[in-house]
Design a protein around this ligand. Sequence first.
Ligand SMILES: NC(=O)c1ccc[n+]([C@@H]2O[C@H](COP(=O)([O-])OP(=O)(O)OC[C@H]3O[C@@H](n4cnc5c(N)ncnc54)[C@H](OP(=O)(O)O)[C@@H]3O)[C@@H](O)[C@H]2O)c1
Length: 276
Amino acid sequence: MEKKVSLVTGASSGLGKDIATLLSKKGLIVYITARRKEELEKLKKECTKDKGEIKIIPGDLTNETFRINLISEILKKEGKIDYLINNAGYGKLGALDKIDFKDLKGMIDLDVIALQHLCALTLPSMKKQKSGKIINISSIAAIQPPPYFATYNSAKYAVHGFTRSLSYELKGTGVSTSTVFPARMKTPFWAIAFKCKSLTGEEQKTCVQKWTAGSSQSMPVAKHIVKKLDSKKLIILPNTLSIIAYYFFRHFRFIGNYFMKTKAKKDAEKVLENQV
Ligand SMILES: NC(=O)c1ccc[n+]([C@@H]2O[C@H](COP(=O)([O-])OP(=O)(O)OC[C@H]3O[C@@H](n4cnc5c(N)ncnc54)[C@H](OP(=O)(O)O)[C@@H]3O)[C@@H](O)[C@H]2O)c1
């Protein structure tokens, strides 16, 4: 049987790396992309004994030309993309007036523009073969946005709205799309999201560990996503924490708002003031 072809963005660490690993074990041809080529190569080596096959195309997804070349190279080699997993993303914690404009733009460029452009570039071939699945990684932050994360939250709201709208547009084409709403996971995301000022090495690690205490690893989340690969459902809630958070924050918005204005705000301020 012809192997299915997938593309996983942001596969050099965290959730993307776990999704790519599982898809390779499942027997798919898995194209992986991210900027850190050495991490992608490491993953390819780890997966050599799998049923599937990992193929590397490293690059910066905020670069429009790279995105165009990425999709056309896969289509030229494989003739199709069955699954597009738009996972690459980053966030920076901080007061809006203190966030470097480079990051403000960077978050939107990667989390919103790159994601949408990859969908647009992949859709013609999916529509032609009358099948295909696009999975876009949003966040519980798109349901209840925490403070000091305004730009990141807005990006994840955009992912949610974009995917929902696209799902209506794709009805009848054989192509479907889902949004995933992960709750907080223990991945390198948080070490990038904030640096406890003046802390380095072990102290910085402890600071990040405190912030992510009680959150899940990314592998169980990845397993759920891969299980739902062919699901036609728009919304994927990948673990118990995200199911609870999704329904709780939707139905008890006033409690969510109160929590964000009080405890969540104080916690973030402690990190930002280096008091954790
Ligand atoms: N961790 C959480 O608590 C959490 C919660 C909800 C949602 N999410 C979402 O889950 C997704 C995965 O995040 P994660 O937690 O696994 O974080 P992560 O480990 O930091 O992974 C982010 C990935 O994105 C890639 N990336 C960043 N900038 C890029 C660029 N300019 N071009 C190409 N690739 C780029 C990174 O690779 P390179 O650095 O090698 O380029 C990395 O592979 C993100 O969309 C994130 O917003 C995370």
